[in-house]
Design a protein. Structure first.
Length: 278
């Protein structure tokens, strides 16, 4: 474990909050990656009687299936608009959850408050990974369970972020690229000897939502906050927009199979919290 204790400045948090409110992330969660929440809930062994914190929960992709087990679930996220969308969906499904605005790098919960902490392609986007990992571990009781899903650097979404990087504004100093949470070595370094029984498995999400290679690009341009933000940063630069369009289309062509499916690789991590002194 490093000694990094950096947290993002308030203006950066405001930008992140606004970015994830762009577009329609709840539709991404429902139409494209819905099964990841179920996968994480099952892998972490969530059941009735557990107290569960979903960190960077978005609109509840993992919170809702966790609540369906009968667990007591708190869904936390930086972006209130996503929490409101999740709250409405939970009401429609007759599920009772707590929805709380919270920063993954400064969680407003007591030490050891939860039996389980999970995050489904969420905590990975907190810019300072060690700070977020420390908070994740702090709120889990000794012997409690941790479950994480993150896109891998070498997988499709990792490649998409790498493709967008030359077109995007520079990241804040000291920030770590989000897909590093999908690197097993990096995650082991973040959690260190404060966990045991850590298991990491790379899996593929089969995506059949896009009939053409360019379909994912157009969907993400319209729905996915980080992609929308990059395009907005290119306002007044039509040549750069055209170049990014082609870069993302080419990525789609490389990953789009003859049966109109794509495989998006992710890392599934489960572990148990050690003692608070570890």
């Amino acid at each position: 474990m490093t000694d990094q204790i950096t947290t993002a400045p308030i203006d950066l948090k405001a930008k992140h909050r606004a970015m994830w409110a762009l577009g329609d992330y709840p539709s991404v969660a429902v139409e494209v990656i819905a099964e990841l929440g179920e996968t994480l809930t099952t892998a972490t062994g969530i059941t009735s009687g557990d107290t569960v914190l979903d960190i960077a929960a978005g609109s509840g992709n993992a919170s809702l299936p966790a609540a369906r087990t009968g667990a007591s679930v708190t869904a936390s996220d930086l972006t209130p608009e996503l929490l409101e969308a999740g709250r409405q969906e939970a009401t429609a499904q007759g599920l009772d959850l707590t929805w709380q605005a919270a920063d993954a790098e400064a969680l407003p919960f007591t030490t050891g408050e939860f039996d389980v902490a999970i995050s489904c392609v969420g905590i990975m986007f907190a810019p300072f990974h060690q700070t977020a990992a420390d908070e994740l571990l702090r709120v889990v009781r000794p012997g409690g369970r941790i479950g994480l899903i993150a896109w891998t650097p070498a997988g499709f979404i990792g490649e998409m972020f790498a493709a967008m990087k030359p077109f995007a504004p520079p990241p804040p100093p000291g920030a770590t690229p989000a897909p590093r949470w999908g690197d097993e070595t990096h995650v082991r370094e973040l959690l260190g000897d404060r966990v045991h029984d850590l298991k990491a498995e790379r899996r593929d999400l089969l995506v059949d939502s896009f009939s053409t290679p360019e379909g994912y690009r157009d969907f993400f341009k319209d729905r996915y906050g980080p992609t929308i933000a990059v395009y907005r940063s290119l306002a007044g630069q039509p040549d750069r927009v055209t170049e990014l369009d082609e870069v993302l289309a080419e990525l789609g062509r490389r990953h789009h199979g003859p049966d109109a499916t794509m495989k998006w690789e992710y890392l599934l991590v489960t572990a148990r919290r050690g003692t608070m002194e570890a």
